[in-house]
Ligand binder design. Structure first.
Ligand code: NAG
Length: 405
């Protein structure tokens, strides 16, 4: 861990994107996973992509405590646009669904102290066929500036060979606005497995999607986790203040996850120093999911100012139904760490855990105090070689903070 830590520090000195934002992983809400490209406001007025949806979510973020614990950005995704640019070639929102325009929406969100995110695509068309920003990069950035947008996700559904060049140009014009805008880039995910220039993406973007798209399913959540287990291009090394790996949205509170699976996604996203973008109907979320999303101990791990992404420290099988893995990341408080134990096995009987703090690479001879981050309960002081005894059900995660004695 010490070695990893030093590499991260050295890398930061060499110079990543310096636009003053996303010094901890950005937090907020994003439309895509839960609301997709629902444009049917006639039959589904509550759930279609519209200014009403964004304003409803902003109200909930303010009223139900999300803003208080750090969720700040509300981000539209694909399908907010009109199918045509206006007569000047500028992007415009769909007039029926966003009758007051994006500036009005930004002002509304800002009036609550929240921030607005929006979506563009680097190709000729967005993923769902709306106007792309190819040949319009400067103009589209100018629109963002006029509207007062605070975050930009740029997708790459129809990007060609000059894809990365387009992002570089976009980054240049974003900088020229003088406005601090979180720049979220999708090109590592679009390029796929052969993508390796993490140094480049960390110089250009505040966060970048690299794993597969999340859907409302445990299988997909676990697939994304496996991507970080493999850590193929050592991309965890490029995570730090201002530049983050993005494993995609949280599906906590949606339809498919059990309570344990929700803990696993939220807990592991905290360990990954991932952007925390909820994609859930905040008007209609069960209390257990809401309480999880508001858990300050878990959020504190995610938002730790060092910004060091967790590494896998050990892994073993639990029956032939999958693996149990142990993870650790150093925290800013001297000598402290967050640790996680993820039971990825689907075996019915809970996995018996007896890992020691030494197994997580910890070295303080006097041992550590362990606190469960989900429920805040102390597991008491543990010597380095004393087993942490737990029974961990299928797909559940233990998340703890460990503080040296
Ligand atoms: C523009 O880039 C310079 C040089 O990296 C940086 O100092 C400045 O903060 C950037 N401004 C914005 C608004 O991104």
């Amino acid at each position: 861990m010490v070695f990893v830590f030093l590499l991260v520090l050295l890398f930061d000195v060499v110079g990543c994107l310096d636009n003053g934002v996303a010094l901890t992983p950005p937090m907020g809400w994003m439309q895509w996973e839960r609301f997709r490209c629902n444009i049917d406001c006639k039959n589904d007025p509550e759930n279609c992509i519209s200014e009403k949806l964004v304003m409803d979510i902003a109200d909930r973020m303010e009223r139900d405590g999300y803003q208080d614990v750090g969720y700040t950005y509300i981000s539209l995704d694909d399908c907010w646009m009109s199918e045509e640019r206006d007569s000047d070639g500028s992007l415009q929102p769909d007039k029926d669904r966003f009758p007051h325009g994006i500036k009005y929406l930004a002002d509304y969100v800002h009036s609550k102290g929240l921030k607005l995110g929006i979506y563009l695509d680097m190709g000729l068309k967005t993923c769902k066929g709306y106007p792309g920003s190819k040949f319009y990069i400067q103009r589209d950035v100018q629109s963002l500036q006029e509207w007062g947008v605070d975050m930009l996700k740029v997708d790459c559904c129809s990007g060609g060979s000059d894809l990365i060049k387009g992002y570089e140009v976009m980054g240049f014009f974003l900088n020229q606005t003088g406005r601090p805008i979180v720049f979220s880039c999708s090109y590592p995910a679009c390029i796929g497995n052969q993508f390796s220039d993490y140094m480049g993406v960390a110089k250009l973007c505040n966060s970048w999607r690299n794993a597969i798209d999340i859907t409302d399913s445990w299988d997909r959540v676990y697939q994304v986790m496996q991507f970080y287990v493999l850590n193929t291009h050592n991309f965890a090394r490029y995570s730090g203040p201002g530049h983050w790996n993005d494993p995609d949205e949280l599906i906590v509170g949606d339809y498919s996850l059990s309570d344990g699976e929700e803990r696993s996604q939220f807990g592991m996203w905290a360990m990954f120093a991932a952007p925390l973008f909820m994609s859930v109907d905040l008007r209609n979320i069960k209390p257990s999911s809401r309480n999880l999303l508001l858990n300050k101990r878990v959020i504190a791990i995610n938002q730790d100012p060092l910004g060091i992404q967790a590494q896998i420290m050990w892994q073993h099988a639990w029956t032939d139904q999958g693996m149990v893995s142990g993870w650790a990341r150093p925290l800013v408080k001297k000598g402290s760490y967050a640790i996680a134990i993820l039971n990825g096995s689907s075996y019915g009987m809970p996995a018996p855990i007896n890992a020691t703090l030494q197994d997580f690479g910890l070295t303080n001879q006097d041992g550590y105090n362990i606190t469960d981050a989900f429920d805040g309960l102390s597991l008491g002081p543990h010597k380095l070689t004393q087993p942490i005894l737990l029974k961990l059900p299928a797909h559940d995660t233990f998340l703890g903070t460990v503080v040296p004695l």
